[in-house]
Design a protein around this ligand. Sequence first.
Ligand code: FPP
Length: 241
Amino acid sequence: MLTYKEQLNPDRLPTHIAIIMDGNGRWAKERGYERIFGHQNGVTSVREVTEAAAEIGLKFLTLYAFSTENWGRPQEEVGALMELLVDTIEKETPTLNKNNVRLLAIGDIKRLPGNAGEKLLGCIRQTAGNTGLSLVLALSYSARWEITDAIRQISADLCASKITEKDINDDLVSSYLTTKGIPDPDLLIRTSGEQRISNFLLWQIAYTELYFTETHWPDFRKENFYEAIYNFQQRERRFGK
Ligand code: FPP
């Protein structure tokens, strides 16, 4: 039997895939472990999916790693998750460079605790020259925060006469978002059975295809990723036309 990867149509590959990595906590609890064990195992899936994306020449992969709402989780989990995120990014930076992967971040990075933001920006700088896959981490991100922040900046620029009311259109709004310069996702994947968007990329997913799978994030492997792309390729996209 052919694998999903072998069945992919190379002429109809997506440019940008975004993923809501859900189910780490449930995966761990089902095995009798603390939730952080699920996040730790989720790192393996991040590595797998990044490799899979690079293998097929995807240009952008966005991962929802930490939402604005996640700040409300118990302090112990938030601390452990932040440490895991920043340690992983630092540890993986040489591998990202070896594979020509550029790291980007979207979200309210200023809110990251201690020197986590600094470390992250350091890794972003170190990979800035890479021209293959762009790996976009959504950290302290929520779409409503992003849109509110854009409105604040647009208002300020209007008041300062840097722009006029007539300049305000789709493209201008996009250019004030934290995703500036990143094309809208073609496909959004959410793992672990929940069928909702949870404040992720609300503006950018206007015409994105949605794919939901029961697989918990720590179990998500390359073939699961290729299966989602295969499913995407069977769909007809009309962009409202
Ligand atoms: C959702 O599962 C997952 C997260 C909030 C964090 C995702 C983080 C990682 C996979 C860590 C590594 C990431 C990178 C980019 C290095 P959940 O805790 O909401 O699970 P539940 O819905 O079962 O409770």
